[in-house]
Design a protein around this ligand. Structure first.
Ligand code: AMP
Length: 419
């Protein structure tokens, strides 16, 4: 779990702001659900046999409730969707969220126990157009944060009994190879053989190389959905690779699965920036009607580790250096007036001599430093030092807020010089 300090948090803000803006352009509205949900929600929806539920959840009992700190955002969003009968209010719902998730995984670069996800959930549209539009949105978002080196992987898990039939096909394929599998995968062979396909263990990778593809088992409706998705992606000019080994770690997925993996940076095995897919059965399994859905989530830490976007911590536009007690009162009043005009201002309250206060103004990157001492008060003025242009002048106190606001605005233009 990481502390995100000022100086670093500005990059988080930038990426979050791009995401919010783009999500809203695509019709998504923000939903905020609790960090805690009943443990049973995750156990049932993510699947008892999954790594997240089996090994990684932070769960506890309090006041007789078995609770879990959310390991992902989809189950909670779907729970809220059902609980508030959203399906009865609108036919299609687009929600986005941003927040912390918790998984007790083995920490590595790009894999943390508290991490932030940005995600979207789209309820009520069963067609492949929704899938393609979402994948295109994610690809556009990655480009918007200057992250061009990624590959879109897509696959389909089918629906109904496709998965069960595929499970049997995989069991038949892997059973003769059991001795060559990792311990984890030998265990998965009985209850969740799909997971062997996304194991990172080289032994499993080798054994899985000749495994049958689920795409061969799709029924007619699933195949029509899959082909529709590829057609829409082609129409949008989204480049993708069909990846039959893409199964993702949670049980709730149906039909479309997708991941966006970076080919840049040094995230190693943690190169999956974005993961998503359809979960057409979840709303009904939570007691709602049969409402199809698709969603994705991406880890902010991984985006930030790969994106070159930079953002500096903004310094105050005006730094006040009062040189006497009455000057300090005047500085407080002026600083408040500036902030009301939308100009950032900081008052040095340390009652120091000029030099250390100027040093601080420089270190913060302030554009203007305002000196108010006994001399200034007697003359009814303030002294304004322009720290970029290296000029200095006196301005009547009554004019000071207006002039400072004007110059602060102008100083952000590197060509500008005070009159
Ligand atoms: P998932 O919910 O497992 O499909 O993950 C979706 C995305 O969340 C991944 O592609 C990562 O970007 C991010 N993510 C998942 N688990 C972690 C973790 N432990 N630490 C950091 N990011 C994570």
């Amino acid at each position: 779990m990481n502390d995100i300090l000022p100086g670093e948090v500005e990059r988080w803000h930038r990426v979050e702001a791009v995401f919010r803006r783009m999500a809203e352009l695509h019709g998504y509205a923000e939903v905020r659900t609790p960090l805690l949900e009943h443990t049973a929600l995750f156990a049932r929806e993510l699947g008892e046999g999954t790594d997240v539920v089996e090994k990684e959840m932070y769960s506890f009992t309090r006041h007789g409730d078995e609770l879990t700190v959310r390991p992902e955002g989809t189950a909670g969003a779907a729970r809220a969707y059902v609980e508030h009968s959203i399906h009865g209010k609108e036919p299609v719902t687009r929600w986005y969220y941003a927040g912390a998730m918790f998984r007790g995984e083995r920490p590595a670069k790009g894999r943390y126990r508290q991490f932030y996800q940005l995600g979207c959930e789209h309820f009520g549209d069963a067609g492949p157009l929704a899938d393609a539009e979402m994948i295109d949105f994610v690809a556009l978002f990655l480009r918007a944060i200057e992250l061009p080196d990624f590959v879109v992987h897509v696959n389909s898990l089918g629906s109904g009994d496709t998965r069960a039939r595929y499970r049997e096909a995989l069991r038949a394929y892997f059973t003769p190879l059991e001795g060559a599998l990792s311990d984890d995968s030998r265990r998965r062979l009985a209850n969740n053989p799909l997971r062997i396909l996304d194991s990172k263990d080289p032994r499993d990778k080798q054994a899985a190389a000749g495994a049958p593809s689920i795409l061969g088992l799709l029924d007619e409706a699933d195949r029509a959905h899959w082909e529709g998705l590829l057609r829409h992606l082609d129409a949008l000019g989204v480049r993708y690779v069909v990846d039959p080994s893409l199964v993702r770690g949670l049980d709730y997925y149906t039909r479309t699965l997708f991941e966006l993996k970076t080919t840049a940076g040094d995230l190693g095995a943690q190169n999956t920036l974005v993961g998503g897919g359809r979960y057409d059965g979840m709303v009904a399994s939570l007691g709602g009607p049969k409402v199809p859905a698709i969603g994705f989530a991406m880890g902010l830490e991984r985006l930030l580790a790969t994106s070159p976007l930079s953002a500096a911590r903004p310094g105050p536009a005006c730094y006040f250096a009062p040189l006497c007690p009455a000057g300090a009162d005047q500085a407080l009043v002026l600083a408040r007036e500036l902030r009301a005009r939308g100009v950032s201002a900081e008052v040095d309250g340390r009652a120091l001599r000029l030099k250390p206060m100027l040093r601080r103004a420089d270190a913060l990157g302030a554009k203007l430093c305002v000196l108010i001492g006994d001399g200034e008060l007697e003359r009814g003025v303030v002294t304004i030092k322009d720290l970029t242009a290296h000029t200095q002048d006196e301005v009547p106190l009554a004019e000071a807020a207006r002039v400072l606001a004007e110059r602060a605005g102008r100083a952000s233009d590197p060509e500008a010089r005070p009159a």
